[in-house]
Write a protein that binds this ligand. Structure first.
Ligand SMILES: C[S@@+](CC[C@H](N)C(=O)[O-])C[C@H]1O[C@@H](n2cnc3c(N)ncnc32)[C@H](O)[C@@H]1O
Length: 312
């Protein structure tokens, strides 16, 4: 199977990582290894790239792509929330750059056969890491109506969350929902036709996003990771995060703000008692977005936001 990749904002990521030969860099989301390969080439001859992905297909593909640089690469089939443990196990005290390009890959969408796309009749799975037990099929067929509605509203910002949840529960009383296409048809039936015509996106897009986020515990892993960022970066080291929806971007922004804050004691205090010291600074206040040219060539770049912070 051909493994395609369309890396989002490749030039911007390269520039903001500010790579130099000899650097130790982490690509937490190897995917098609587009960013990983560019990073690798920039840190030769004696740099080290640590590449992580929870998807075994991505790992197999990255091993092939990065094979010519095998002396300078460490590839880990793991969750990036475990980066502190991965670094400790390899006796690495700190790194120069960490990149996260969040969400699912072009390969998972187009060829993954795990129900990430509703254009094909694929099993309703949506696990990025197939070692986990819980699938989208389990969620859709076992969660209560109000739980489904809350998930669609919270993680998909879906206006018709209650109607959709009701339709799903009605449907599964006759037979379980087993494919992405079956789910997409039920969602489209639940949304008023007028609203469908007005929407720019396909009717099931938000529901599938919500299910994917819950199945893969995406926000929990991102929070676990962000909490430890300052302890993993060397002084001057850079964090680059590309997110694709506001829930992820908000987490990244809030953690950067938290670590940007220095002492929070009132000015009149003679000594600091809070103990907070600034650990990160934003390289840009506003997130970087893809150019019009890139969005025209790759519509997946439309919602991408890149945030960059530096260890102080
Ligand atoms: C948008 S793609 C990355 C594309 C890649 N940067 C490229 O240039 O081809 C996201 C990848 O991150 C992986 N991923 C998402 N969340 C992860 C996590 N918590 N831990 C490890 N890998 C994760 C997915 O399996 C997917 O392969």
């Amino acid at each position: 199977m051909k493994f395609e990749h369309t890396s989002v904002m490749p030039n911007e990521v390269q520039e903001y990582q500010d790579l130099k030969p000899g650097y130790t860099c982490v690509d937490c989301t190897l995917g098609g290894a587009g960013h990983g390969l560019r990073t690798m080439k920039a840190i030769l001859p004696d740099g080290l790239l640590i590449g992580i992905d929870q998807d075994i297909d991505a790992i197999r593909n990255a091993k092939k792509i990065l094979y010519p640089y095998k002396e300078n690469v460490l590839i880990c089939h793991d969750n990036f929330s475990r980066l502190p443990e991965i670094l400790a196990a390899n006796k690495i005290k700190g790194v120069n750059t960490i990149l996260l390009d969040l969400g699912f890959s072009f390969h998972q969408l187009k060829n993954g056969q795990r129900g990430f796309s509703f254009n094909k009749n694929e099993p309703l799975d949506m696990r990025m890491d197939i070692r986990n037990d819980f699938t989208a099929e389990d969620l859709v067929n076992s969660f209560k109506e109000n739980e489904l509605a809350d998930i669609f509203f919270k993680y998909g910002e879906e206006r018709f969350s209650r109607k959709i949840a009701r339709k799903i529960v009605e449907h599964r009383q006759t037979s379980p929902i087993k494919t992405s296409m079956a789910l997409a048809t039920i969602v489209a039936d639940a949304i008023p036709k007028k609203a469908i015509y007005k929407q720019k996106i396909r009717p099931a897009t938000r529901v599938l996003q919500a299910i994917r986020i819950v199945v893969n515990k995406e926000l929990e892993h991102l929070e676990t990771f962000m909490e430890k960022v300052p302890s993993m970066l060397l002084k001057g080291g850079r964090l680059c995060v590309i997110s694709f929806h506001s829930l992820e971007d908000r987490i990244v922004k809030q953690y950067i703000r938290k670590f940007e804050q220095g002492c929070t004691c009132p000015r009149e205090f003679p000594h600091c008692i809070c103990g907070f010291v600034q650990q990160l600074k934003s390289v840009y206040r506003k997130p970087v977005i893809a150019s019009d040219k890139e969005v025209a060539a790759n519509p997946m770049a439309r919602s991408a936001k890149l945030r960059v912070a530096q260890r102080v």
